[in-house]
Design a protein. Structure first.
Length: 126
């Protein structure tokens, strides 16, 4: 019976949520981010927002909601929509759509409405 591992106690696997930012937070959003893309950027400022997607309807919706959130917050920047899979893989994102702020993945795997994007950015200190 040992051939098929019958009779052995199976160790319980540690279940940790899949986290895009590698900090152990919930799978859908990060608690805090640092500014790596613009080293001269002050704390609490946003230099870039990107939506990573495969070009599907959900990813396009996330891009439109993100643009609306930027408009609602009165930010002077434009969201970028990235569909190049090589670039998406560099962020470590395996499920889309994903939202990237200042080169850090802050949300993935679900479409956030404009109000949700605004709330997330405020939660992150922007």
């Amino acid at each position: 019976m040992a051939l098929f591992n019958f009779g052995k106690k199976k160790e319980e696997e540690k279940k940790t949520p899949a986290c895009a930012c590698s900090c152990g937070c919930a799978a859908s959003e990060a608690e805090s981010i640092t500014n790596d893309c613009c080293p001269d950027l002050k704390e609490g400022e946003i230099c870039c927002i990107k939506v990573l997607g495969a070009g599907c309807k959900s990813c396009h919706e996330q891009f439109e909601y993100t643009k609306q959130a930027i408009k609602d917050m009165g930010l002077d920047l434009e969201a970028e929509y990235i569909t190049d899979m090589q670039k998406i893989m560099e962020y470590g994102v395996m499920s889309m759509p994903a939202l990237v702020v200042n080169e850090k993945v802050v949300a993935m795997s679900k479409v956030l409405k404009a109000a949700d994007v605004v709330a997330l950015l405020h939660k992150l200190g922007f």
